[in-house]
Design a protein around this ligand. Structure first.
Ligand SMILES: *Cc1c(COP(=O)(O)O)cnc(C)c1O
Length: 802
């Protein structure tokens, strides 16, 4: 590809589609044309990938996830195709700034947070490792709500991400399938004496796939992310539907449920789950048959991954198709299903464990419910000769009037993994201990990872360039080569260059902050960052307590030697999660108070940026000095923002939770700041039940002053919110041990400040974090999934670019 070639293609496209010249076109037209040209460039490789996989009869994996959170795709596609520099330079020669076009693209935000973002990092890595793996999900018309603050309160606006169209997707009407649900079902013998389901009054939805190419990193591989949209089926009778009825059909895939770490037991959600599961499984079976391979060999060619429990119905839907439609015996169908399926658990939080009332399943998917009953019956029967009745009662799928989706996923698959070492150990020893006794061989760990291409190569070009100059470019394809940077940890010139990249990124973020909020921040201050969904267990509140402590110290002594800090927050709260919204309000009001208090001479600034999403993360993370990973030990399954921030050279202040432990193990105690209760200590409090938050409060004048600020008017405008938070700590005994960890956190923050004052030491720690972060590349994570769970191999024989 030459610049001339690209310019010609780009101009032609703009002319054909918008009858316009580059000089006259709007950014929207330019972006749209650029996207279309890029897509045309990879369309051959996309097709080639499919035919090569088919010709090789290669085993493929399908990653079922109710959420994907890719963010913007323009630069990522350009980078992976090796065209970023050529396109950027060519555009510049036409007086077009690539960054301006990037701003036109809407974030694809079909996910809440970590879960969906992990799925998208995996899609990038699977393609980049040359592995045949596809995504399967829902094409929501509206992504995660847009967050605004009005008087410090979160307000939710719809995210109309499709309004200007989506250049990356391809509607595949020819691959549509029907999804049946509702109605009644009974079994009837056919001529050969087989029991066959007979349906009455079923509803039918047409599931239409929209495919998006997942471009691998400079390897000619393009996998498919297939997202399903609900439409009105093409039957005669559907012509007579009213407008409302038509809307009901489409509404099914209209919105993403905005709950993170929280189970949403609504009927519509259940239909969504069945919808994308059924459409995905049908389409897999269809292409398997088209390839002419026997159904009994399905598991040799197909791996299906259940990402969290939302797609757990995969197990029952696969059984339904194999027995009702393919006429396999139960035993054969079950063996194939278990061998095909694998499951990832993402949480130990009880309120997040999905359970559906029996009556809902009966109503929405009566045949699927029958099959689940039979799976449950056989499970109970089989296990009764092996283990105690109590264990069976605790592990069976249907308990009372509830169907336990995690149990279905574990029983119906050959692999259950957690997402960090600690998390997987907790699953084995406590949360899923009974299952571990039944199926020890099924349990394994796959620590999460992040796509270093997006979070370093694209988001942090200044750092990427210094790395290239220092250790050459091999780290770009082999993230472990970042380790070469360790050779420079005492090289003052390199440390200085790294410091300059951080400062550059901080200046950029400071400008963004000024534009977005009107708040002026100094890039010389410590940028202390906590970005993640707002949840009590993540303890944004603990961060706020530290800020208030510093504030009062300065109020008592305006000349106190406190290093200037900018506290940066980004977080959405689920719209129904009142407590989380109240924390947002309190942080915003504290920000108003502190940012405008001249007495403290600008030493503390609080910036809560609106609408935290992938693009904002790409702006904040490269500018972070401090990474706040302060969840109560045992509650954060892994975390991934901890990995992103480390990669970009932030220093972590953390509890021993999730992947923080693995970060500590790899960088060493001197290069991370650890505080707080351990998981063992948390669990022993649960046993002894002798935690008393009020006792801590009563005996601690410092904490009294800080907590009273929530209820005595010190922080203005939070009468209700402040009281609720105060009560959550004192009256309701501080569920997440915030007060217990407070002093340990304060000490850790003092360590942070002391380290930061030692510029060289800080820069060294920062370097070491970047150097060791290759370990957490999702390339390695997906390779472990490929080898140990899916048994898939890189595709051979893809044509290299000329
Ligand atoms: C990485 C990421 C997350 C996950 O953050 P955690 O701190 O691991 O919970 C959530 N949202 C966005 C936009 C992200 O990029």
């Amino acid at each position: 590809m030459t610049k001339e070639q690209f310019k010609e293609d780009f101009r032609r496209r703009l002319q054909e589609k918008f009858t316009n010249e580059v000089e006259e076109a709007s950014n929207g037209e330019l972006f749209d044309s650029l996207g279309a040209v890029i897509q045309a460039y990879y369309s051959d490789a996309w097709k080639q990938t499919r035919t090569t996989i088919r010709d090789n009869r290669a085993k493929q994996s399908y990653y079922f996830s109710i959420e994907f959170l890719p963010g913007k795709m323009l630069k990522s596609n350009l980078l992976n195709m090796g065209l970023l520099d050529i396109v950027r330079d060519s555009l510049e020669e036409m007086n077009v700034d690539l960054e301006d076009l990037c701003k036109v693209e809407k974030d694809m935000a079909l996910g809440n947070g970590g879960l969906g973002r992990l799925a998208s990092c995996f899609m990038d890595s699977i393609a980049s490792c040359g592995l045949p793996g596809n995504g399967n999900g829902i094409r929501y018309d509206y992504g995660l709500f847009k967050q605004k603050f009005v008087d410090g309160n979160q307000v939710e606006l719809p995210d109309e991400w499709l309004r200007e169209g989506n250049v990356w997707e391809v509607r595949k009407a020819s691959k549509a399938v029907n999804v049946n649900y509702g109605g009644k079902v009974y079994l009837k013998e056919d001529e050969e004496g087989r029991l066959k389901p007979v349906y009455e009054n079923q509803q039918v939805l047409r599931a239409v796939p929209y495919d998006t190419g997942m471009v691998g990193y400079q390897n000619d591989m393009v996998n498919t992310l297939r997202l399903w949209s609900a439409e009105i089926p093409e039957f005669e009778e559907s012509k007579y539907l009213s407008i409302e009825e038509r809307r009901d059909f489409r509404d099914l895939t209209s919105v993403l449920y905005p709950d993170d770490s929280n189970y949403e037991g609504r009927l519509m959600r259940l239909v969504q789950e069945y919808f994308f599961v059924s459409a995905g499984i049908q389409s897999i079976i269809r292409s398997h048959k088209r390839a002419g391979i026997a159904m009994k060999d399905l598991a040799e060619y197909t791996a299906i991954h259940i990402n969290d429990t939302h797609p757990a119905l995969c197990v029952a839907e696969m059984m339904r198709i194999l027995i009702d439609e393919e006429e396999l015996s139960w035993e054969k169908a079950w063996a194939i299903t278990v061998k095909t399926m694998s499951y990832t658990n993402h949480t130990i939080m009880a309120e997040a464990l999905e359970k559906w009332p029996v009556f809902m399943l009966r109503e929405v998917v009566p045949r699927i419910y029958m099959i689940i009953e039979e799976i449950d019956r056989r499970f109970v029967k089989e296990m009764s000769s092996v283990v105690d009745q109590e264990i069976i009662e605790r592990t069976r799928i249907i308990k009372g009037d509830q169907v336990h989706m995690a149990h279905l996923a574990i029983i119906g698959s050959h692999s259950t993994n957690g997402v960090a070492k600690l998390h997987s150990d907790l699953l084995k020893s406590i949360v899923l201990h009974d299952f571990y006794l039944l199926y020890p061989e099924r349990f394994n760990n796959k620590t999460n990872g992040i796509a270093q291409r997006r979070w370093l190569q694209l988001a942090n070009e200044p750092l990427a360039n210094v790395l290239d100059e220092t250790i050459s470019t091999s780290w770009r394809s082999n993230p472990n080569d970042l380790h070469l940077l360790m050779n420079y940890k005492d090289d003052e010139a390199v440390l200085q260059k790294l410091a300059e990249t951080k400062r550059k990124n901080k200046v950029r973020l400071a400008n963004y902050i000024l534009n977005a909020t009107g708040i002026e921040v100094s890039p010389d201050a410590i940028f202390d960052v906590q970005i993640k969904r707002l949840h009590a267990y993540k303890r944004q509140l603990l961060n706020l307590l530290h800020i208030l402590k510093l504030y009062f110290e300065l109020k008592d002594n305006p000349d106190a030697d406190i290093y200037p800090r900018v506290f940066i927050f980004g977080a959405k709260a689920a719209p129904s999660y009142t407590y989380a919204k109240h924390v947002i309000k309190c942080i915003n009001e504290a920000a108003n108070l502190i940012n405008n208090d001249e007495e403290i001479q600008g030493k503390l600034k609080i910036v809560f940026l609106e609408n935290y999403n992938v693009s904002l993360a790409e702006m904040i993370i490269p500018a972070a000095d401090v990474s706040e990973q302060i969840s109560l030990a045992s509650k954060e399954a892994s975390g991934t923002s901890n990995m992103k921030l480390m990669l970009d050279g932030a220093v972590t202040i953390a509890t021993l939770d999730g992947a923080n432990i693995e970060i500590r193990d790899i960088v060493g105690d001197e290069n991370i700041v650890i505080f707080g209760l351990t998981e063992d200590e948390v669990y022993s409090y649960y046993e002894t039940q002798d935690y008393l938050a009020i006792k801590i409060y009563e005996n601690d004048l410092e904490l009294q002053r800080i907590l009273n600020a929530f209820i005595d008017g010190t922080i203005p405008n939070i009468q209700i919110e402040g009281q609720e938070i105060f009560d959550s700590l004192i009256r309701y005994n501080d569920e997440y041990f915030t007060l217990r960890d407070y002093h340990s956190y304060i000490e850790a923050q003092k360590t942070i400040e002391r380290l930061y004052r030692d510029k060289k030491r800080w820069q060294q720690i920062s370097l070491i974090n970047t150097a060791e972060a290759g370990h957490f590349s999702s390339d390695y994570t997906v390779q472990r999934y490929a080898e140990e769970i899916w048994q898939i191999e890189p595709v051979k024989g893809l044509k290299k670019k000329g």
